[in-house]
Design a protein around this ligand. Structure first.
Ligand SMILES: Cc1ncc(C[n+]2csc(CCOP(=O)(O)OP(=O)(O)O)c2C)c(N)n1
Ligand SMILES: [Mg+2]
Length: 306
């Protein structure tokens, strides 16, 4: 990686980030359970990285979401929106209680991120493959206008099968956009996959080493990390900010459904409704006490556009 040592966070900071990652997972389960459907596996695999981004890395002002010099974050794997919403709520963009409006018709928190509804979103996503192109444009725009900000984009590993990802990869390399940092949530599962010898008996989206070789061949600087080792994620993102004239890809090895034992590594937890006994078991595993009777109702959507 780098010749220079990257110190990483101290113990209190690590504990703080770990608690935010746990809270993101709790809010994901709570909101999807309340909505009676939604994506689960991908949001859980991304939770540690999102905690590090929103509480350690991104230079943002939740109270001023259009601050021109902010770092941008694009969740290109937009189906994992509830994890992003949880991170944003915990960071102070909107009340945590609003998470229970997830996926409701008039909510700002749609099943896929809608930047026309929710301040703080830098791109609407959900159609896989498009987010990196937007991130590339933002990074190029920042350079042209002399802004000292970075564009971060999170991709799914299944999403990396989309052709537009590689069109953006070629252009970003061509322009030497070292203010563009992409992260692949490499959980080795997509929605279904074919029967094979990967997690849950499914063929993974890529063979081992394929992503690193491809991004490297496209001229990107490749960094690899355990996407659930919060200290390592902090260090690798610090390292990613040391520019060398190339865009950076962080390939994060993750587990789909991470944090809830019976969801980990199972493709069928990509998206589904949670049964009551599964909800209780998941919350217990995440160290969250059972909700008191009557507290599960969705609150009014204060301030949300109708
Ligand atoms: C263009 C497009 N095709 C198909 C889908 C449906 N879809 C949603 S999520 C998903 C699987 C994504 O897998 P991956 O990128 O690995 O995400 P993760 O494992 O992190 O959930 C698919 C096929 C979509 N949203 N967009
Ligand atoms: Mg995946």
């Amino acid at each position: 990686m780098s010749a220079l040592p990257v110190a990483g966070p101290d113990a209190p900071e690590l504990a703080r980030l770990g608690e935010f990652a746990r809270r993101i997972r709790v809010e994901v389960i709570r909101a999807v359970n309340h909505a009676r459907a939604g994506h689960i596996g991908g949001p859980l695999s991304a939770a540690d990285i999102l905690a590090v981004l929103y509480f350690h890395v991104l230079r943002v002002r939740p109270e001023e979401p259009t601050w021109p010099d902010r770092d941008r974050f694009i969740l290109s794997k937009g189906h994992s929106s509830i994890a992003l919403y949880a991170a944003m709520a915990l960071r102070g963009y909107f009340p945590v209680e609003e998470l229970l409006t997830f996926d409701a018709a008039h909510s700002r928190l749609q099943g896929h991120p809608d930047m026309t509804r929710l301040p703080g979103l830098d791109m609407s996503t959900g159609s896989l493959g498009m987010g990196l192109s937007a991130g590339m444009g933002i990074a190029l725009g920042a350079r042209l206008t002399g802004r000292d900000c970075r564009a971060y984009v999170m991709l799914g590993d299944g999403e990396c099968q989309e052709g537009e990802v590689w069109e953006a990869a070629m252009a970003a390399e061509r322009y030497g956009l070292d203010n563009l940092i992409a992260i692949v949530d490499h959980n080795r599962l997509q929605q279904y996959g074919w029967p094979g010898d990967g997690p849950d008996g499914r063929t993974p989206p890529q063979v081992p080493g394929e992503l690193a070789a491809k991004w490297s061949a496209f001229g990107w600087r490749v960094l690899e990390v355990d996407g659930h080792d919060i200290a390592a994620v902090c260090r690798v993102l610090e390292e990613a900010c040391r520019s060398d004239g190339r865009p950076v890809i962080v390939i994060a090895a993750t587990v789909k459904g991470k944090g809830v034992s019976f969801m980990e590594g199972h493709y069928f937890w990509h998206t589904r409704a949670i049964k009551p006994e599964e909800f209780e078991a998941a919350m217990a595993e995440l160290g969250e006490p059972p909700p008191e009777a009557g507290t599960e109702a969705a609150p009014p959507v204060a301030g949300a556009p109708r």
